[in-house]
Write a protein that binds this ligand. Structure first.
Ligand SMILES: [Zn+2]
Length: 258
């Protein structure tokens, strides 16, 4: 299907979803402008309410990242910057490629990327990129400290890296082997996880879901008291059904205005 027909198909599906769910709570997608109910999704980790925009298919984290990016990139000369997008998400690709002067993609397995690389051993020289974005990547990487070090190495001295992971525990739990029911995660990151960035960056600024308008729905509505389950035996139970997400913005060199 061509991208034009895919777009029309998505719009019709979003409209049909809206009509079928007219009683459901309404939100707004900052990426595509859709206004209406969001879709509940059910991955092996459990039901997540109000998760997905039915029009552009962006999840909670994508909408949150898009809004934080607007703030982080404001005032920067982005058209002169070189960016590396690791494990590139479809819904953010066109945004990044429009914004940045040079835009490159990388992944170990994904087809259609510019660089097929292992994040633990990047083939780029020091200080190559102004901006690196790798979302929900490090929880898949056995030697994540080496990967963080590598990302810092390829950043220019005033570069920025945005490295979110899913926060699904109070304290980070390392797994003995990848869990196929969590897309091969090798750990359950906790609120302490971002401390691992501190040795490599002069400043790590953390944005949380509750710092932006509720109409965009940036929380994770899931019942984590059901954890652990057979599929996710190492995720601990967490209280509440509405959880915050965190986006860490890592500055290689702290500027006084940041
Ligand atoms: Zn959308």
């Amino acid at each position: 299907m061509s991208s034009h027909f895919r777009e029309i198909f998505r719009r019709i599906s979003a409209l049909a979803f809206q009509l079928r769910n007219f009683r459901k709570e309404r939100f707004e997608c900052p990426i595509c402008g859709y206004k209406g109910p969001f879709k509940d999704i059910c991955p092996p980790t459990g039901l997540r309410k109000h998760a997905q925009c039915p029009s552009c298919l962006a999840l909670e984290r994508h909408r949150f990242q898009y809004l934080v990016l607007q703030s982080v990139l404001a005032g920067l000369n982005v058209s002169q910057m070189k960016m590396l997008h690791i494990a590139p998400e479809e819904c953010l690709r066109s945004f990044f490629s429009r914004q940045f002067g040079k835009y490159e993609t990388a992944d170990l397995y994904m087809e259609g990327v510019d660089h097929k690389v292992d994040i633990q051993n990047l083939p780029f020289t020091d200080s190559t990129y102004d901006f690196v974005f790798a979302s929900h990547v490090l929880e898949h990487i056995p030697d994540d400290r080496k990967a963080i070090q590598e990302i810092r190495r390829i950043l220019k001295p005033n570069g920025i890296a945005i490295l979110p992971v899913p926060v699904v525990a109070e304290r980070t739990i390392e797994y003995p082997q990848p869990n196929p029911y969590e897309a091969d995660h090798v750990r359950a990151p906790g609120f302490d996880y971002f401390d691992r960035y501190a040795p490599w960056f002069s400043k790590v600024k953390k944005y949380t879901s509750n710092c932006l308008p509720a109409k965009y729905q940036l929380f994770l509505y899931e019942d984590r008291s059901m954890w652990p389950t057979t599929e996710i035996p190492l995720r601990p139970a967490m209280q509440g059904e509405k959880h915050i997400d965190i986006i860490p913005v890592c500055y290689a060199q702290s500027a006084s205005k940041q």
